[in-house]
Structures are given as structure tokens and as C-alpha cells.
Write a protein that binds this ligand. Sequence first.
Ligand code: PEP
Ligand code: MG
Length: 328
Amino acid sequence: LDKTVESALAKCAVTKDNQRVYVHLNAGLSADTSIAVNRGVDGVGLYRTEVPFLLQRSFPSEEEQTAQYRSILALYPNKPVVMRTLDIGGDKPLPYLSIEEDNPFLGWRGIRFTLDHPEIFLIQVRAMLKASIGLDNMDILLPMISGVAELDESIILIERAFEEVSKHAQQQGKVLHRPRLGIMIEVPSILYQLPALKGKVDFISVGSNDLTQYLLAVDRNNARVANVYDALHPAVLHALKHILTSSQQLGIPVSVCGELAGDPVGALLLVGMGYRSLSMNTRNVAKIKYILRQITSDEMSALTQQVMMSSLATDVRATTTRFVEDKG
Ligand code: PEP
Ligand code: MG
């Protein structure tokens, strides 16, 4: 490892004025991260469980899933690992399960699919819970929640799995601890229902990739409209600010796990808004930790207030990029 990268990784993430920012990892495969990065993060902010499912020839069994999840949880002892339940459909169809739809991103995706297949959901949650026994570092995250009914239904199933696995643990003389539960904030409807989450979730995690896609009504993977897809669109920034303010008022911990959090311009604006927890891909960890150290939180918040008055994403990007370059 390069010396600068090594030293950036070794220190915890703080702004120039010593405001702590929690930096977490987005993970899908255990093999894709180095030991230095693993040590340099505060935990896993998003483990995409669909990734191992996509690499299989058929649905992995409960035992196979338990082993898989345990190997991930064991890599980060005493650090939180957020495991997201299956987010298939959309751009991630399983090779052994064909879903034919005109609009996959608006269709049978994420929690919509698993709630229609409670047997798949229950197997997965039981596997997660079994994997967490004795390690006690797992949080559960639900993707694509568009309203409270989906959350309530999920909670009932998770409770059922919890009781089943609790008995299984007791038989072995062990204790199963209740995981913290969170939802992805990525379907715009939920932005107007945040107060209804109070008492039901322990945390929320903003999926800026899908939030951008659904807020701007633009397919995140379609090259023809790639110029329209921009997480720095002022409407997206205002949505992000609204989520932060509401979560602070409600006392619900919040983090951002979309690509924006691992982009220097995005990370700076998120911290400027007041976010203190970011989750990103391996390759961005050292860079983001390094950049945060060069700038004070006041400078970031002044910059954010300024760019949020722009009505054009191009202006937001240009101003913020110039600011980052000036800071070296
Ligand atoms: C997101 O939507 O921002 C996100 C983190 O989840 P995914 O990219 O897996 O949809
Ligand atoms: Mg998403």
C-alpha cells in the first residue's frame, strides 16, 4: 500500500476540526476487501445479500446462508454489520428465477418480492439470526420500503424468525440478541412518512442510488438518459437534507449508503448537511477519510448552504469540485 493511503486508513475519520464521521463499508463478497481497509472502517454499513444469491445456480439453503453470513460477521468482530435482506428484481434478476416485467424497477423488487414469498424471507432472516449468535454485531436492513404496511408485515415475520431461532439458541445454551432493525430510504413516498417510523425502526439508511432514480424518474442504468441521472440534482439534495433534519428531530440514527457517500463531492456535501455516518465501496474509503481531514465542518456546512441555493446540478458540481481542488 502507498504510504498516504496507509496512513489515511489507519486514522479514524474526522473533519479538520475533529468532528467524528463514521465510515462504513459497502460489501457484497467477503473476498473483495483488504485487511487494511477492514481495520480502517467503523463497520459494514451495507452488506448486499443478493450478491452471493446471484452467483449460485439455485436458492442457497438455510445452512448455506448461515455459513455465508457468519463468515462476514466474523470478519468484523465488535463492529456493526448491516445485513440487508434480499434486494432482487429491478436490475438484479436471479438466473434461476425468471421475472418477466415491462418495468422491473417499478415492479417485483426487494421487499415486495420477499413479502410475497415469506418462506424465502423467513429462511433468510433465520439464517442471519443464527449466524449472529455469539457475535452479536448484526443489524437487519429492509430494502425498497414504500410505506408502513410493508414494514409492519416484515416486523411480524422477523419476530417469528426471532422466536424460532431463540429456541434453537436456548437448546444450545446460548442467547440470541435482538438485532437492530432499519429500513432503506430510497422510495420517495417514505420521505413523507418518516414520523410514522418512530418506535418501529432503530435506524435508517439512505439509498441515494435508488432515491435519485425514483425522484428524477430516470433509469439508473440506461445510458440514453445518463445525463438526467444526477445525485447532485438540487431536488435530490433537498430530499437528503429533509431526511437528515427529520431523523434528527425524531431521534432516529441515519446513514447514507448510496454511491454519493463515496464520492468526494457527495461526501463533503453530506457532511456539510450534518450527516455523520457514510457507507461506501472499498476503493473510496482512504480517499474520503483523507479529504474529510483537510476541511472543517463549518467550511463544509457553509459550502453546502451555498450550493443548495443553486437550481442547477452543474453549478453544484462545479462549485464543490473547485472547493475540493483548492483544498488539495
Ligand atoms: C441505493 O439504492 O442507493 C443502494 C445503496 O442500494 P442498491 O445500490 O443496492 O440498490
Ligand atoms: Mg437501492
